[in-house]
Design a protein. Structure first.
Length: 259
């Protein structure tokens, strides 16, 4: 009896061990399945988003293909209508294209040319060069004008002394001795008297003439001698002025006063 109980206990213990082993295996498999299920559940939204994006891409691609197909059909239809219209105009003895259509075709070709990258780059370079040239010209003109104004103001500020100005006196009338009379007046005003002679032609009005660079001196002479007219020196006056920078030509208006 005791031997039988010991044998049954040994079998029960073996069965319990086998049961525990089987339970452990089942638990491990169950845990692995649960883990896989959780991973799938966690990645399900990402897969759903990917499927939606793929579907949207396919739909957009399909819509683009349909749009291109529709544009091609429309262009082909317009081309057929255009050919028919041109054939009809030829049959009627008219030009195939109107002036507006020719202009539109030229401008459309010009617009297509502008869309080319190489042409756009060339136009950009030309624009930069032109803009740079304009800026450079403006800058230089501004600097030159300011420099010229500075020099002019500097010259104006410099006081011209009468004794430093050589003045030739020319008789531009037929009155004898008029140049000598005015020569005395020139010396009385403090100027250095230069050549005293006659001109080859007659002058109606008295005038003070000057060589380049001696305009301020000529204005000083005109002011002191009450002669309103100041002009650049002519070749005729220069020829008889004996290198004087300023010449007073006495005209008929002052000849009458002398008379």
């Amino acid at each position: 009896m005791l031997h039988t109980i010991e044998r049954i206990g040994s079998l029960a213990g073996l069965a319990s061990f086998l049961g525990l082993a089987i339970f452990a295996l089942l638990s491990f498999a169950h845990g692995r399945d649960i883990r896989r299920l959780r991973e799938w559940a966690g990645s399900a939204p990402e897969r759903e988003r990917e499927r939606m994006e793929a579907t949207q891409n396919i739909a957009a691609q399909r819509a683009e293909e349909l749009r291109e197909l529709e544009e091609a059909r429309t262009a082909e239809h317009e081309a057929v209508e255009q050919r028919q219209l041109r054939r009809q105009r030829r049959e009627e003895g008219l030009p195939e294209q109107t002036r507006g259509e020719r202009l539109q075709e030229r401008f459309s070709g010009f617009g297509e040319s502008l869309s080319r990258p190489a042409l756009l780059i060339v136009l950009f370079v030309v624009f930069v060069l032109v803009a740079g040239g304009v800026v450079y010209a403006v800058a230089n003109s501004g600097g030159g004008s300011s420099k010229g104004a500075h020099q002019a103001s500097k010259q104006a500020a410099k006081k011209v002394k009468p004794e430093e100005i050589e003045v030739a006196v020319l008789n531009g009338t037929s009155v004898t001795g008029l140049a000598a009379s005015w020569g005395g007046k020139i010396e009385n005003k403090g100027f250095e008297l230069g050549a005293v002679t006659n001109t080859n032609s007659t002058f109606e009005s008295s005038v003070v003439m000057f060589e380049p660079g001696a305009k301020s001196e000529a204005k000083e002479v005109a002011k002191r001698m009450s002669i309103p007219k100041v002009e650049p020196m002519t070749a005729e006056v220069r020829e008889v002025s004996n290198k004087a920078k300023v010449s007073v030509v006495v005209g008929e208006d002052n000849a009458a006063a002398e008379g």
